[in-house]
Design a protein around this ligand. Sequence first.
Ligand SMILES: C[S@@+](CC[C@H](N)C(=O)[O-])C[C@H]1O[C@@H](n2cnc3c(N)ncnc32)[C@H](O)[C@@H]1O
Length: 251
Amino acid sequence: MKEMKHDSSTIAWNAMGDEWVELAQTGESRMCFIMPNMLKFMGNVKGKKILDLGCGEGGYSRELAKRGAQLVSIDCSKKAIEFSTAFAKEENLHIEHFIRNSNDLFDIESHQFDIVLCSMMLMDCEDLEGTLREVVRVLKPNGRLFASVLHPCFDGNHETGIGRQGVGIERQVVVMNYFEPKEWEAPLWKGTTPVIWRHRTLEDYVKTFLKVGLTIVDLNEPQASDEQASISVALAWLKKIPLYLYWELKK
Ligand SMILES: C[S@@+](CC[C@H](N)C(=O)[O-])C[C@H]1O[C@@H](n2cnc3c(N)ncnc32)[C@H](O)[C@@H]1O
């Protein structure tokens, strides 16, 4: 049987233990901001065939399945797929799961999906172009890719990325170097196991989208509502700077 080809991203994410699930399901940025925004941008998914690529613990897949979509969920992490499979079963949801590197979706048929979702994963995979080529291959003609990434201009997670001078959200935001570093190892926010973080510039993303034949349909830099901002300082920052960037692309 063909095995997944590993690279630095799949090795790093396979080292992640159970902590990722806990972090994902309790992290207020994901639960109260990143996920609700993505679900809003995706709109009515009833009857759509969706590939959740880099599905993690499968929270998006379950939510989309509950909204009437047919889901295939893929991740390079064996542990993530085990959790996602178990959670789907608990909720009686029929979701197909595969362990794959996003740059080689072997045995996944071409031209079958209405939508591919890449939530917070295009900055993690090592091979962006290979991943996007596979996305294009499995999408139907006119199919859509919905993607969210850490905003390349406002990397809020790295010491040498954005600097926040002072205290609270009145601090000044200083961008140290937009071009470097390109990758580094660090735990996820509140986590302990290091993964590889990657910074891709807007130019890297957009030129690769165009190179593989995707067209940009929409771009969003959502701002936190007052209600979201009241949840935590991390979310309050999202009233001032867009830490997350969303695209809708068309094949
Ligand atoms: C930040 S998590 C996001 C998970 C999920 N999409 C979400 O938003 O909750 C990134 C996910 O991408 C997966 N990933 C990273 N590199 C990958 C690759 N090359 N192929 C497939 N999955 C990958 C990781 O295992 C992890 O589950």
